[in-house]
Design a binder for this molecule. Structure first.
Ligand code: UT7
Length: 307
């Protein structure tokens, strides 16, 4: 038994914050932000559950499904709206989905961790999983700290995961974690996000390449077989460096960081939705999804897009 993954829906807040908006109140500039990160603007506002609900509803509509057709809602998020209850239950109630609801926190690797978890749940009988990646990093960011404020944005993306007979479309996966690297990226209760950007940058490129290569090897593929590379959107320079080392050209790489900044668990489904919309990811496309982030965690999946 395998899975089929389809019907990507997204949600982003209406409010656009440009680099110039930030430069007006912080010691930074459009030139610094766009050259060092590739970010030009980001969306800010809303709640994690609100954005997750909107993205989940869009995915259900695209799939032509009723909420009751879902028997498990899986929400990948680093910024739940409350410690209790789980944000997934709030989304479950808002949408009216059936079955259980689970929060999953693997920072910016959350969506790919969620995909692998959904595949496991499908294998033990879940008929349809609504997988959502949603984050509002803006709420745990110190907007007076130029190092973090220029990087983050809010958003959500969702897909439907269903079991199918045969090997299915999740061709391989690779998950990893090293809690010994906690000090590089963390946010304690009531505090703000802290990141050692330089060190994370160095580690991220190596980790993404190693994890992606393992996943590709397990799928019996090489970088040349990848139709669309969908990396976590933390920094355009990380995306480019990883793509170059893997041997995947820019035209086969999904990039939305210019419009959304770093949206953590939402960044991969936001990039996936964009790749679908601009024709990069057609039904049947072989995609390499790669996440990395706080923990540190990392995650790769080779996936055939179900349309
Ligand atoms: O999502 C999960 C994981 N996150 C990441 O993967 C992020 C990884 N890291 C990065 O993307 C980059 O390290 C950053 C974008 C965070 C920083 O870029 P950098 O090229 O590593 O810059 P830096 O931290 O080395 O800073 C260079 C200079 C410093 O000034 P001095 O010491 O050279 O005088 C900073 O103080 O740039 C300064 N700086 C800024 N200047 C203008 C730092 N932030 C800003 C800013 N505007 N916003």
């Amino acid at each position: 038994m395998g899975i089929r993954v389809h019907s990507c829906g997204i949600a982003v807040p209406d409010k656009v914050v440009t680099n110039d908006d930030l430069s007006a109140r912080l010691d930074t500039s459009d030139a610094w932000i766009s050259e060092r990160t590739g970010i030009r603007e980001r969306r800010v506002g809303g709640t994690t559950t609100g954005l997750a609900t909107e993205a989940g509803r869009a995915a259900l509509e695209r799939a032509g499904l009723q909420p009751a057709d879902i028997d498990l809602l899986l929400l990948a998020t680093t910024t739940p709206d409350a410690l209790v209850p789980a944000s997934s239950t709030t989304v479950q109630h808002a949408l009216g989905t059936g079955g259980g609801a689970i929060d999953l926190n693997a920072a910016c690797s959350g969506f790919v961790y969620g995909l692998v978890t959904a595949a496991g749940l499908a294998a033990v009988g879940a008929r349809r999983v609504l997988l959502i990646g949603a984050d509002t990093l803006s709420r745990i960011t110190d907007w007076d700290d130029r190092k973090m404020a220029v990087l983050v944005g809010d958003g959500a993306g969702a897909v439907v995961v269903e079991p199918v007979d045969g090997p299915g479309d999740l061709l391989s996966w690779n998950l990893g974690a090293d809690g010994g690297l906690r000090h590089l990226l963390y946010c304690d209760h009531g505090g703000y996000l802290f990141m050692d950007g330089k060190e994370i940058f160095r580690k991220a490129v190596r980790i993404v390449v190693e994890s992606a290569e393992k996943a590709l090897a397990d799928a019996g593929m090489t970088a040349g077989d990848v139709d669309v590379f969908v990396p976590h959107q933390a920094n355009l320079r990380i995306i480019q460096a990883a793509g170059q080392r893997l041997g995947i050209p820019a035209e086969r790489t999904a990039v939305v960081i210019d419009r959304y900044g770093n949206t953590s668990s939402a960044s991969i489904p936001l990039a996936l939705a964009d790749a679908i919309q601009n024709g990069q990811a057609k039904p049947g496309a072989r995609m390499l999804l790669c996440g990395f982030g706080g923990g540190m965690t990392w995650a790769s999946a080779v996936l055939r897009w179900g349309g």
